[in-house]
Design a protein around this ligand. Structure first.
Ligand code: DAH
Length: 343
């Protein structure tokens, strides 16, 4: 039996030395120390020996077992260290990287293209001596209609379908209400712009929204004429489009201006030769404007014999749609950030 034990020891130590990885090392361990391992079987057969032999052989067998275990432990740590340094060599870890499927850091906020254009336009007008004014989105009939020369029952009220509140007020249908508030705040001569959100009780489609954005502008001084209006509008368009833009004025009706105009720009897509965007006309309607109606000046406490002015109402959604080639106005308020992140 002693020989057998020596043989198991020698053979096992040899196998341990020769195992190249943790898996084959474990196979060696099971082969010797497992339930049916060679050493286990010897230990189990000790009972068959004569009592004096049993004690000697038991001691010997335990020494062999200890030696094998020590050797297994040493080889295990040697192999796992080698494994780690091997892994480090070919498979390094960037601990600054996010785990798969997680975001590196919370997405930063993003300025909506409408806000961006609004800030741009505010900068352009501020640089030309305009003040920026604000007004409430829920308005009274006075500011939205009456003071703008649109009395009750005037057919012009039908031009703008209105959301009425239960107490007889309304959601402003245009930023022109800000002109009226402006005339209460500042005395002529003045130049003001009022950006904001406006509301119409409309069925929506690709070119109609019930909520959109405008910038109202108004300049009041002595002897203001259509030439002043044209100058400032051209200046604005040059800054927005970063080039000279050809314009034309057509007559347009708005109760708060006289004369009133539709300002068209030369189609920027085709350069004026005609395309689907300008419906082959070469022109795109962009900006309603005019000279402030004497009744409006009067309602703001300004004497129309002494002062005159121009006003305009610029729609921001349409401008951005033209700038970026957006084909549906409903994208702006869809709440889909994939839309916003494109800009
Ligand atoms: N308030 C008008 C609208 O929303 C736009 C407008 C037209 C504003 C002519 C003006 C103007 O200041 O002079 O339809």
């Amino acid at each position: 039996m002693e020989e057998k034990l020596n043989a198991i020891l020698a053979e096992t130590l040899e196998k341990i030395k020769g195992s190249a990885d943790l898996k084959s090392l474990d196979d060696v361990r099971v082969g010797v120390l497992g339930r049916k391992g060679s050493l286990t079987l010897v230990l189990r057969s000790l009972g068959e020996l004569a009592p004096e032999e049993r004690g000697r052989m038991g001691k010997k067998a335990n020494e062999v077992k200890k030696q094998i275990e020590t050797s297994l432990d040493e080889r295990t740590s040697a192999l796992s260290e080698a494994g780690i340094s091997e892994l480090l060599k070919k498979d390094w870890i960037d601990v600054t990287l996010n785990a798969p499927g997680t975001t590196r850091r919370p997405a930063a906020g993003h300025i909506h293209p409408i806000s961006r254009l609004q800030y741009e336009i505010e900068d352009i007008f501020t640089s030309m001596g305009f003040q920026i004014l604000d007004g409430p989105e829920a308005e009274t009939e006075h500011y939205n209609f009456e003071a703008l020369n649109i009395p009750k029952h005037h057919p012009a009220r039908d031009m703008q379908d209105t959301f009425w509140t239960e107490d007889g007020n309304l959601l402003r249908t245009h930023t022109s209400a800000i002109q009226v508030r402006g005339m209460e705040k500042v005395r002529p001569p003045f130049r003001v712009v009022g950006p904001g959100r406006v509301f119409r009780y409309e069925t929506t489609d690709a070119s109609h929204e019930n909520t959109f954005y405008q910038v109202e502008g108004m300049m009041v001084d002595r002897d203001i004429s259509v030439s002043n209006l044209i100058f400032f509008m051209k200046q604005l368009l040059r800054e927005i489009f970063k080039k000279d833009v050809k314009i034309r004025l057509r007559p347009g009706f708005f109760p708060f201006v006289e004369p009133g105009f539709e300002l068209d720009i030369n189609c920027l897509i085709c350069g004026g030769s005609g395309c689907p965007v300008c419906k082959q006309s070469g022109w795109v309607e962009l900006l309603p404007c005019g000279l402030v109606h004497p009744n409006v000046l009067r309602s703001g406490g300004i004497d129309p014999d002494e002062w005159s002015g121009f006003a305009f109402g610029l729609g921001l959604n349409r401008l951005i749609m033209m700038r970026y080639g957006i084909n549906d106005i409903r994208h702006f308020l869809s709440g889909d950030v994939r839309f916003v992140y494109q800009f």
